[in-house]
Design a protein. Structure first.
Lengths: 319, 248
């Protein structure tokens, strides 16, 4: 028996969420008095997983799995879970993990809880806390099946360091017929993505036009942040759709979310309120965002943002 | 082509969220229910397939009689027929099992569902349904075209998008992008009148059981008031973010 965790990598390197789900798996394993096994696909150096609670790594190396395929990955993870006799399987909340998890749940006949924010409050019955109603509430859910599948929310549990080392072995699952094949990938490179970003800088209609996004990009640059926008901004074509965040756009769960010229409509907040610290810059003190934010400046973005960039540059220079 | 659009009936985002019976039940009092936004995009895309490619479109919901106005709205938007599986939706697995039966009985080629519903945000039903019916599955689908048995889809990924090819039978988890906001339709009088004549079939559930139980709800701790920083003292914000919030 063990806890199995799927640790995601990109170009051979682990993502931060991989270390977070490994830490989570360790917490579950401790409660159950068992060990943690990780499964990786085409990852290079897996030793880092040992620092986050993993005891054993199953390394899948297969050129057919170079690009993500939900069915094949789910099948491989399911085979690993059966081999290891895993009673709990842990995945992240990345787009890929959310894609494969329901397929994995069916393969393993496992009850699945997604968007889980804490270690289980009890392992018998197995009970976890998840978000519901677009972060307006939490729901404690018990999973009644023999095997349990847990999807951990990003940035909710955190990365925990342990000092242990993981053993590694090769694992060669059978690969099913893929069913869906990738024709082309269109991905911005060299930019922080909203999904991975610790900090997100977001602009709204208050910025008046696409020509004013220079300062948003510069602010993001100084902070090593990803850029995002409100829905009307992408609808108007000022910014690409991939930057649209909110209920109908991408979800954001960053450490810091800076909203510039965004009113804070409920549909916008629904998608970003999982972020830890929220800052708003808006001319209108009555803008609803001030009720949702931790820090705020009532002021004109065209004056405040350049000052903020200047101050941050000075701050970074001191560090 | 026979299309099944899965419709989840959810509280409008602007609704106040409250719980009753010792925080174990969602309080539907005064809550307005709508078609899940992701399903509305899917339904509108289905209308395109109907109008351009002669597809036949059925909408389905697993739920009690209270969801029928939502199904009627989908009929008024243009779906040909509706099915309601007469049982309370308990979890993603149970709903997916009920839907799998509907898919098998009806022989649908394409199932359009949403990437998640905005009530429980499970993101479970479409993938589970694909797994149960052995169909291909594309999640976070932002574009879909079908030509005979072949489908081409675009899926949103972290940091970009991916174009994939696949075959029917297919299940998608759709979202905005399938159609644009401006393409969404508000039912007109004629649609509403016609919807009354369209078949809404109520079917009995199978014996599918849920795998999870909702134990209790709670609301997040109330947030403290915003700390305002003077626009002339931006340095103070940098200090607060560094020393107090510790995020930079
Ligand atoms: C079903 C549905 C789904 C939706 N989904 C989403 C979603 O996913 N994401 C989303 O964002 N929206 C969504 N919306 C839209 C949402 O309701 C709001 O309309 C939208 O978020 C408003 O965008 P905004 O704040 O950029 O623009 P506005 O509401 O126009 O606000 C602009 C703000 O900028 C401020 N401002 C003006 N000038 C300046 C200046 N010089 N400096 C600083 N501030 C300034 C103004 O005071 C104002 O508060 C959805 C709506 C519906 C009905
Ligand atoms: N009770 C239901 N009846 C019909 N379809 C549903 C139901 N619940 C969920 N779905 C479909 O599955 C999608 C994802 O829902 P969920 O897995 O609940 O997040 C929704 O957008 C719907 O298309």
């Amino acid at each position: 028996m063990s806890v199995l965790v799927y640790t995601e990598s990109e170009n051979g390197k682990f993502k931060k969420t991989a270390l977070e789900v490994a830490s989570y798996a360790k917490a579950v394993a401790e409660q159950m008095g068992t060990s943690v096994t990780a499964i990786t696909f085409n990852a290079n150096d897996v030793s880092v997983l040992g620092n986050h609670g993993v005891d054993k790594v199953l390394k899948v190396t297969n050129s057919q799995l170079e690009s993500f395929n939900a069915k094949a990955y789910a099948s491989a993870i399911s085979q690993a879970a059966k081999n290891e006799n895993a009673k709990v399987v842990v995945v992240s909340s990345s787009a890929d993990s959310k894609y494969l998890a329901p397929l994995l749940a069916i393969d393993l006949e496992a009850g699945y809880a997604s968007n889980v924010v804490e270690a289980p409050s009890s392992v018998s019955p197995f009970t976890v806390k998840r978000t519901a109603f677009t972060n307006k509430a939490f729901n404690s859910t018990s999973i009644n099946t023999d095997v349990k599948l847990v999807g951990v929310s990003k940035n909710a549990f955190g990365v925990v360091e342990t000092s242990a080392s993981a053993s590694a072995e090769d694992f060669s699952p059978n690969i099913p017929e893929l069913g869906v094949s990738v024709e082309s990938v269109d991905k911005v490179t060299g930019k922080v993505t909203i999904a991975d970003a610790e900090i997100v800088v977001s602009g709204g209609r208050g910025l008046k036009g696409p020509e004013n996004w220079g300062m948003i990009e510069e602010l993001a640059d100084v902070l090593g942040a990803a850029t995002a926008c409100s829905k009307p901004v992408s609808d108007l074509g000022w910014r690409p759709h991939s930057e649209h965040v909110g209920q109908t756009g991408k979800p954001v769960a960053s450490n810091l979310y800076i909203a510039v010229g965004i009113s804070g409509a409920i549909q916008h907040l629904a998608g970003i309120n999982a972020s830890k610290v929220k800052v708003v810059i808006n001319t209108d003190p009555e803008a609803p965002f001030f009720k949702a934010a931790d820090y705020g400046i009532v002021g004109d973005a065209f004056e405040v943002v350049p000052k903020l960039i200047e101050n941050l540059k000075a701050f970074k220079a001191q560090q | 082509m026979k299309i099944l659009v899965c419709i989840s009936h959810v509280p409008d985002t602007t609704s106040k969220i409250n719980f009753t019976e010792n925080d174990t039940k969602f309080d539907t009092n005064g809550v307005q229910f709508v078609i899940n936004p992701n399903d509305e995009f899917g339904l509108t895309r289905a209308m395109w397939f109907k109008e351009k490619q002669g597809a036949n479109v059925t909408v389905v919901n697993v739920g009690g009689a209270e969801t029928e106005p939502t199904l009627r709205k989908a009929l008024a938007i243009g779906a040909d027929s509706a099915i309601r599986v007469n049982t309370t939706a308990k979890d993603g697995f149970q709903v997916a099992k009920e839907l799998a039966k509907v898919v098998q009985d009806g022989g649908y080629d394409l199932v359009i569902a949403g990437r998640e519903s905005i009530d429980y945000n499970g993101g479970m039903v479409p993938g589970m349904l694909a797994g149960l019916t052995n169909a291909n599955f594309v999640n976070n689908c932002i574009s879909l075209e079908v030509d005979g048995n072949n489908a081409k889809a675009v899926r949103e990924i972290d940091g970009g998008k991916e174009t994939v090819s696949t075959n029917l039978p297919l299940v998608i988890g759709g979202q905005k992008g399938l159609v644009e906001e401006s393409d969404l339709r508000i039912p007109n009088m004629r649609g509403i009148m016609m919807a009354r004549q369209k078949p809404l079939q109520v079917v009995d559930p199978t014996d599918a059981q849920a795998e999870t139980d909702s134990v209790k709800f709670e609301k997040p701790a109330p947030k403290g008031a915003v700390k305002l920083v003077d626009a002339d003292n931006v340095q103070e914000l940098v200090n607060l973010l560094h020393n107090e919030a510790k995020v930079i």
